[in-house]
Design a protein around this ligand. Structure first.
Ligand code: ADP
Ligand code: ZN
Length: 703
């Protein structure tokens, strides 16, 4: 069976390895048992029920509330040669009959249904089908505790009870502990096993930019997009008006952009969404209504124009970027005004305390000075032991310094202004500004007037917010945001307590960062070919009337552009190419690659070829390293790559089997992540990077 599921993974989907948990879930399901699958968006839930569906001799029913998604998913299945269809309110009676006919004739492996349709047909033709598995997608919809309760889902229990011997699988990306229990009860999954995969999406970079004035924000977003021509992205705004403003600004700058919000009619919304999915519009500026029913895998960035209301929403929204696993960027803009506005909204509404608490957590995240991913994941109950290295804080770790004196200056400023003014007035007084308000209030007479001239306005602002975050100052939103000193603040003022502050980012730091982003983009391999491949994909997508990413996702095209496959075997070796797609599209893509290869200037012998030549001449790895003035790790890495390409390299001879065994154990224990460093550390730095690389190549190749 292990072989069968692996073969399906490779032949149908074109993938070499299962992701963590997928295989276990699949095997349990094939054994006829129930499972509860909790994985983040993009985590790879679909394969968990699709592969059993291919193994079973019968039909798998998939229940999903997202009608707009069904069509895409079924198309994706069909493009991989799987017999699937859907049944929901969007199809005509004729089409309905057609689908029913095929289901009854045993011609379908998977049938997607909306819950309401399922209920309405569960006592008619559905009973006649040879159902082998039922998957309930978006299972959180059954729980009244969740944010997305659908009454139809509560009737699924009856359906479950009518099929006592059939395995059920519940899948969702959001459910906390109490909701999980509720879902199991509501669906009658008494013996299910819970599978939770990590919610860490390592390929998403996280950045937060605070207190950026509106014009600058628009400018920055425009520049950001300019540096990412042809990339797809979503910009989330709080209000409909904002979406239209931002979209029009970007359009003026010549970008392919549209807005989307609940005030548009159905038709307009659908068209906007379709254009985005088909890459006819690159960027969507939307209220949070957008994205629920979207499965687009090549969204390269998500920008929040305003502070989201809570971390759940924020994480779900940034999660729409990078579903194909390629590096993707997220930026969150926020300012205090968003915060104050939401707090006021929340006042008096339902669950007002809980909403405010969630909003506070959101703000704390935005203002934090430690690894953002750590904070985010710990909010969801997952604890990272190391900083992520892929968030703005990790990239520019704040330097902290003894800040008691600065803090005392600010606090005494607040005290002398009798705790009646807000942050701007405080800073103006500290910096000795000369404006009308200061005159009318005669603040130039205060002892604190001008004692903070040496610090810029923006730095002061940063410091005061840090003081608020450390609980020294309270911002009274109910009193025009006047600043009040807390008991701990008074202790600092009296010299009973010291305080550390962190240095704000300078614009130099930010420039440095922009440069590194540029550098990584510039260094992509064979960018021109990638663009060509995208064009081909686009034209096929138009011909076949389906979203481009269903044909091949960006990751697969990138691999083609770097590996340059020109034979069927080479093409099949690319991750994401299954048999069906190879047959359907192989020729078209390979002919572009061949053309590219023949036109591309014959480079001087490539560095790998050079290594290979010496290897063939009989030199061993360390001799090659010495001759070529390369590190042994590099030579090992060349050799394993050559081996992967099918060149005659006897990798087995280069590394001891005992070493391979050691690496295998570590590799498995580390969830089979192909990352050298963790393995190196796990093995107490006793096995070299080069040997680890060779071992992994061998382990993967010989499975
Ligand atoms: P989810 O339903 O959890 O949001 P999907 O099932 O849509 O996620 O999977 C996200 C992406 O990951 C898809 O493009 C899918 O083909 C890909 N994927 C799933 N499993 C694997 C795997 N084992 N190896 C490589 N890619 C995979
Ligand atoms: Zn980090």
């Amino acid at each position: 069976m292990k072989n069968q599921t692996h073969t399906l993974l490779k032949n149908v989907y074109g993938y070499d390895n299962f992701r963590p948990l997928q295989e276990e879930i699949i095997n349990r399901t094939i054994d006829g048992k129930d499972s509860f699958v909790l994985m983040p968006t993009g985590g790879g839930k679909s394969i968990c029920f699709q592969i059993p569906a291919l193994v079973f001799d019968g039909i798998t029913i998939v229940v999903s509330p997202l009608i707009s998604l069904m069509k895409d998913q079924v198309q994706a299945l069909k493009s991989n040669g799987i017999k699937a269809d859907f049944f929901n309110s969007s199809i005509s009676p004729q089409e309905e009959n057609d689908v029913i006919g095929r289901a009854m004739n045993g011609e379908l492996q998977l049938l997607y249904l909306s819950p309401e349709k399922l209920i309405s047909v569960s006592n008619t033709w559905l009973r006649e089908l040879n159902i082998k598995l039922v998957a309930i997608d978006e299972a959180h919809c059954v729980s009244m505790w969740g944010h997305d309760f659908r009454p139809e889902y509560t009737q699924l229990k009856v359906f479950r009870n009518s099929l006592p011997k059939v395995p059920f699988m519940a899948l969702t990306a959001t459910a906390d502990k109490s909701a999980r229990k509720d879902i199991e009860d509501q669906l009658g999954l008494t013996n299910s096993k819970l599978f939770i995969s990590s919610f860490d999406r390592k390929n998403l970079s996280i950045e937060v930019r605070g207190q950026v004035p509106k014009q600058k924000k628009l400018q920055e977003i425009g520049n950001f997009i300019e540096r990412r021509k042809e990339q797809s992205g979503i910009i989330y705004c709080l209000s409909r008006k904002n979406t239209e403003e931002v979209a029009s600004h970007l359009k003026q700058r010549g970008h392919s952009v549209a807005f989307y919000h609940a005030g548009m009619n159905n038709e307009e919304r659908e068209k906007t969404q379709t254009d985005f999915i088909n890459d006819d519009t690159k960027i969507i500026v939307a209220t949070i209504a957008f994205g629920m029913g979207i499965d687009k895998s090549n969204v390269r960035f998500v920008i929040h124009y305003n502070l989201p209301k809570n971390l759940e929403g924020y994480y779900q929204e940034i999660g729409r970027a990078g579903r194909d696993g390629l590096p993707s960027e997220t930026i969150l803009y926020y300012n205090m005004r968003d915060f104050v506005l939401y707090s006021q909204f929340a006042d008096g509404g339902a669950n007002s305390d809980m909403q405010k608490e969630k909003l506070n957590r959101m703000l704390q995240f935005a203002e934090a000075k430690s690894c953002r991913r750590k904070i985010l994941l710990s909010y969801f109950g997952e604890h990272l032991t190391e900083n992520c290295g892929n968030c703005d804080v990790c990239e520019n770790p704040p330097k902290d310094f003894e800040g008691t004196v600065i803090t005392q200056k600010a606090l005494s400023g607040i005290a002398r202004m009798k705790e009646k003014d807000g942050i701007t007035m405080l800073i103006n007084v500290l910096r000795g500004s000369n404006n009308a308000d200061i005159h009318s209030k005669q603040y130039y007479n205060l002892k604190t007037y001008g004692i903070g001239k040496d610090v810029s306005f923006f730095d002061w602002r940063d410091y005061v917010i840090q003081m608020a975050n450390q609980g020294l100052i309270e911002i009274m939103y109910s009193e025009n945001s006047a600043l009040k000193i807390s008991p701990i603040g008074w202790a600092v003022l009296k010299g009973e307590k010291t305080i550390r502050l962190t240095t704000p980012l300078t614009s130099d730091d930010k420039k440095k960062k922009a440069k590194t982003i540029k550098a990584t983009i510039g260094s992509e391999a064979n960018k021109d070919l990638f663009t060509e491949l995208k064009k081909i994909r686009y034209s096929i997508a138009k011909e076949e009337n389906m979203p481009a990413y269903i044909i091949f996702n960006d990751k697969t095209l990138k691999l083609m552009a770097s590996e340059l496959p020109t034979t069927e075997n080479e093409f099949l070796a690319i991750s994401g190419v299954g048999m069906n797609k190879m047959e359907k599209y192989g020729d078209e893509f390979m002919s572009v690659i061949r053309k590219f290869k023949s036109v591309a200037k014959p480079r001087k012998v490539s560095t790998m070829q050079h290594t290979f030549n010496l290897y063939q001449e009989g030199f061993n790895a360390s001799e090659i390293a010495e001759k070529r003035n390369l590190s042994i790790t590099t030579v090992f890495s060349h050799l394993s790559q050559l081996y992967m390409e099918g060149k005659e390299v006897e990798l087995e001879k280069l590394v001891d089997t005992k070493v391979i065994d050691k690496v295998r154990i570590a590799f498995n224990e580390l969830d089979r992540k192909v990352a050298l460093k963790p393995i190196y550390e796990k093995l107490n730095e006793e096995v070299s990077y080069g040997e680890i690389r060779l071992s992994i190549t061998l382990i993967l190749k010989n499975e």
